[in-house]
Structure formats: structure tokens, C-alpha cells
Write a protein that binds this ligand. Structure first.
Ligand code: PEP
Ligand code: MG
Length: 324
């Protein structure tokens, strides 16, 4: 399938009316890295680090992790890789951690909550990342941040990790970009100061959508019940874009919807300019972006919203059909 899109691989994801949409890929294993060149992705917008922890039967050592992260950076040869710190919860149980018996694991003790309550693991991972960079630029993103203070606490952990690395005589990254995932609705309403201070934000659409609609992403009965192109959700996403634009906060979207062409162009119409998706989606998404007049599409969406449509999908589909 990638061969089908080979002719546009090295072309930009620019709409017919001249807006560039930056396309990055999601990854989680070393084996994903060759896709960086094959797919034409500009970088790795989300590197899910938990896979490395899940495939082992004991806690990986700092040196092992550092070696792995270093290989990932080597394989990216200078392209940006956004490393997301460990996102485990009691649904993604590490064999070497005591399982938690939680009624709602997705809303339970997971991700940054574990990282801050058990800072040993997070510090170990942060040190491994700093060591792997070995002076090169480094980008780290904290998952599931629900309030400002969790982000500042994570930054404090990073400062400790830096101090330790410095004391051990290891070079610190040339530049260190730190950001957060926006995957709980609460963070969209964080104080202005949060938006000013966070290095960048990436919308985790999978989680954000499940919490926005209160519909479990793992529950077959409800997971497809609410459309991503539901007017309420798009309006919410647009408000996040506006807040980020007001503070010049770089924003991307890295949930599965970024890799669905129709959803992707609608995200672009809501103002998103950077999308991160599985590598195989880059070709199809870029292909549709390059055939889209974004301001026309935006008008279709605005009209559907004003009419009171529940989802903009029917209107968008009619519009696209009329184009072809
Ligand atoms: C998300 O929630 O959209 C996301 C990218 O993270 P994950 O799918 O790993 O929870
Ligand atoms: Mg998530």
C-alpha cells in the first residue's frame, strides 16, 4: 500500500489552498523506525515507551533503556522523536509490578499518576533518556496530565534527573523540549499560565474522546457510539486550538483519528497543523490533504454546526463526493 503513495512521499502535506499540515508517525518499537523514511513522516510525534516495559519480565535497567533510546535516536538520524514517558495502568500491567484491583483502570492509577507517586521508575526513565541523547536534542512528553501541578511536578523530576546526570559527568541535551499530552478534558481548561509554560501539547484523541463522551474506548457496545466528527467534540478541539494559538503553544494531535483521512482533514479544518499517526496512514492522509480546499471544508463544517447537525460527517461526505 505504501508503494501507491510513493509519488507523494517526499512532497509536503499542503492543502489546495496552501496550508501545510505536518505529518509525523507514531512508534513504540525499534522495528517501527525504518518506517520513518519509507512513509515520508517528518518525525516521530509519539514514541510510546511502555511497550519496552511490557515485553519484559523484569524492570529494564537504566543502561538497557538508554541503549535502546539511543538506537531510536540514531535510527531517526536527526528527525525529532517525541518520547512519551511510561503510560501504564492497571489494564497494562507490568508482570513485575503488583497488579492493582481497580474498578475503572482507565480512570485509575496510570501514566503520570504512577510516575509521580513512584518517582523511582520515572527518574530512571528520564535519566535513561538524557543519557541516550548524549548531548543531542531531546523531546519528552508526559502522558495523562490532568492538572497544571502534575506537569510542574514532572518538570521537577526532570530537574532531578538532570542534576544526577550532570553529577555523573554525562553531557546534557543540547536542547530539551518538554510537553504534555492533553487527554483529559480538564487540561483544556487549565489556567493560561499552564499554556504559557508548557513546551508543547499533543492531544491524545483516543483518551480525550473517551472522557469527553464518557464512553469507554475498550467497550464494544459504546466505543463507536459517538462520532469523532460530532459537533460538540470538534468544537471542543477548536477551543483547544484557539487557546494554544493565543499563547503560541505548539499543538499536535496523536490519537488514532489523525490517521483516518476524513477525520484528519476535519482536524485540519479545526485548526490543527500537526498530526501524528501510524506510518501506513501517512500516505492516504497526505493524499487527501493535498486534494482538500481547507477553507471550503471549514465552511461546510461551520454550516453543519449552524444547522444543528449532530455530526458534520454527512455534510463533509456530501461535499467530498461532489468534488470527485
Ligand atoms: C491517546 O490517548 O490518544 C494516545 C495517543 O495515547 P494511547 O492511545 O497510548 O493511550
Ligand atoms: Mg492516551
Amino acid at each position: 500500500a505504501q508503494e501507491r503513495y510513493a509519488s507523494i512521499r517526499d512532497k509536503s502535506g499542503t492543502t489546495l489552498d496552501g496550508t501545510e499540515i505536518n505529518l509525523h508517525m507514531n512508534a513504540g518499537l525499534m522495528a517501527d523506525l525504518p518506517s520513518l523514511d519509507n512513509s515520508g513522516a517528518e518525525g516521530v510525534g509519539l514514541f510510546r515507551t511502555e511497550l519496552q516495559f511490557l515485553i519484559r519480565n523484569q524492570m529494564p535497567k537504566r543502561t538497557e533503556l538508554a541503549a535502546l533510546y539511543s538506537k531510536v535516536m540514531d535510527a531517526a538520524h536527526g528527525k525529532r522523536v517525541v518520547f512519551r514517558t511510561l503510560d501504564i495502568g492497571s489494564d497494562k500491567v507490568l508482570p513485575y509490578m503488583t497488579p492493582q484491583d481497580e474498578p475503572n483502570p482507565a480512570m485509575g492509577w496510570r501514566a503520570i499518576r504512577v510516575g509521580l507517586d513512584k518517582p523511582g521508575i520515572m527518574r530512571m526513565q528520564l535519566q535513561a533518556l538524557l543519557r541516550a541523547a548524549n548531548g543531542r536534542p531531546l523531546t519528552v512528553m508526559f502522558p495523562f496530565v490532568a492538572q497544571f501541578e502534575e506537569y510542574t511536578s514532572a518538570l521537577a523530576e526532570m530537574e532531578k534527573a538532570k542534576a544526577r546526570e550532570r553529577a555523573l559527568g554525562h553531557p546534557l541535551p543540547e536542547t530539551l523540549e518538554l510537553g504534555a499530552m492533553l487527554e483529559t478534558p480538564s487540561l483544556a481548561f487549565a489556567p493560561q499560565k499552564f499554556f504559557e509554560e508548557v513546551g508543547f501539547l499533543s492531544i491524545g484523541g483516543n483518551d480525550l474522546k473517551q472522557f469527553f463522551f464518557a464512553a469507554d474506548r475498550e467497550n464494544e457496545r459504546v466505543r463507536r457510539r459517538y462520532d469523532t466528527l460530532n459537533v460538540s467534540f470538534l468544537t471542543f478541539l477548536e477551543s483547544i486550538v484557539n487557546r494554544c494559538n493565543n499563547t503560541n503553544t505548539p499543538l499536535s494531535f496523536c490519537g488514532e483519528d489523525a490517521g483516518r483521512p476524513i477525520e484528519a482533514i476535519c482536524l485540519a479544518a479545526m485548526g490543527l497543523r500537526t498530526l501524528s499517526m501510524r506510518p501506513a496512514s501517512i500516505g492516504p492522509v497526505k493524499s487527501l490533504i493535498r486534494r482538500t480546499n481547507l477553507s471550503e471544508l471549514r465552511q461546510v463544517i461551520v454550516d453543519a454546526r449552524e444547522r444543528g447537525d449532530q455530526s458534520v460527517r454527512p455534510a463533509v461526505m456530501d461535499y467530498l463526493r461532489a468534488q470527485s
